[in-house]
Design a protein around this ligand. Structure first.
Ligand code: HH2
Length: 297
């Protein structure tokens, strides 16, 4: 049977790698800060990502780049909610990238298909906010906070420590009644990791995937790509596409990317020319609609 990630009214069949398109409605994101702050532009870009083949469009209103300052809840809500509502209305499978329980709750009430939390639902009330809905949940590993995480990250065994942390967070969600089929995990490339840590995690991704939860990998345009290629953020597309392919070959089932069309094409070529995973294209299939996105949990 094909494994699926249950995402509210959508089901992502994981018989092939899936693509999550990044939509930052922020003033200061590292690669596109300010670009999609005007809401009409953000909505148009979200629709374009979906048309390019994004299975999920991940809407975030707070940058988590190293050194970023937290954004007040009202500002984050004002940034993301109109965009979330507009994209949901257009039938897009929307993910909300937030650490805040109230943003999670409002986005889920608006019909969000997934909550993507770089803080792995550690905020007080976060698990209680998401558990009653049927949406997908992505729990990511981060050492420290965005303000401090790159100061001097240290691990004894980065792959084992990140895997154990993610499994503990998945367990905490399941203990609150969240179905296993709703949970994805993400090692959090660049979140409290040196270049060596990121490289070790990419090489060891299969060990993390072996736990049985779908693995999300976000390498797009990140510093690691810049360090390898010597390119500034705006010149990292090819490097990012290559990194997405490596992640998929190492067991990632969802890649979080800025350049959706190029990544979808690359995954199609990977599939066509090598045995292994099927190409990523098209959108998540909608199952019988339940308008509020609430489900059995
Ligand atoms: N990376 C970023 C933000 N959210 N979520 C997951 N699951 N995995 C990631 O690797 C990840 C994430 C940071 O990238 P970006 O959104 O492009 O930048 P910023 O945080 O500056 O908005």
């Amino acid at each position: 049977m094909t494994p699926v990630l249950r995402c509210g009214t959508f089901e992502l069949a994981l018989d092939r790698p899936r693509v999550m398109g990044i939509l930052n409605v922020t003033a200061d994101s590292f690669s596109d800060g300010g670009r999609f702050l005007p809401q009409d532009r953000a909505i148009a870009h979200g629709l374009a990502l979906a048309a390019d083949g994004a299975d999920l469009v991940d809407v975030g209103g707070e940058s988590t780049r190293p050194g970023a300052e937290p954004v007040p809840e009202e500002i984050e809500l004002a940034r993301v909610m109109p965009v979330v509502r507009a994209l949901v209305r257009e039938g897009v499978a929307v993910s909300v990238d937030t650490m805040k329980p109230e943003v999670m709750r409002q986005a889920l009430d608006a019909g969000c298909a997934m909550v993507n939390d770089v803080n792995a639902f550690r905020a007080g009330g976060a698990i209680a906010a998401v558990a009653p809905y049927g949406a997908g949940l992505c729990a990511m590993h981060m050492l420290g906070t965005p303000a401090t995480m790159q100061a001097d990250p240290r691990y004894d065994d980065v792959v084992r420590e990140v895997r154990d942390y993610l499994l503990a967070r998945a367990r905490a969600l399941q203990e609150a009644g969240v179905a296993r089929s709703r949970i994805a995990i993400d090692p959090g490339f660049g979140f409290g990791k040196s270049h060596g840590h990121n490289a070790a995690l990419l090489a060891g991704l299969r060990e993390i995937a072996a736990a049985g939860y779908p693995v999300v990998a976000g390498l797009s345009r990140k510093r690691m790509i810049g360090e390898i290629t010597g390119r500034p953020v705006e010149g990292r597309m090819a490097g990012s596409v290559a990194a997405a392919l490596v992640a998929v070959q190492n067991g990632a089932l969802i890649v979080r990317v800025h350049d959706v069309r190029e990544t979808v094409d690359a995954l199609k070529v990977l599939h066509a020319l090598t045995p292994g995973p099927s190409p990523a294209s098209g959108r998540g299939e909608r199952k019988s609609p339940s308008p509020s996105g609430r489900g059995s949990g």
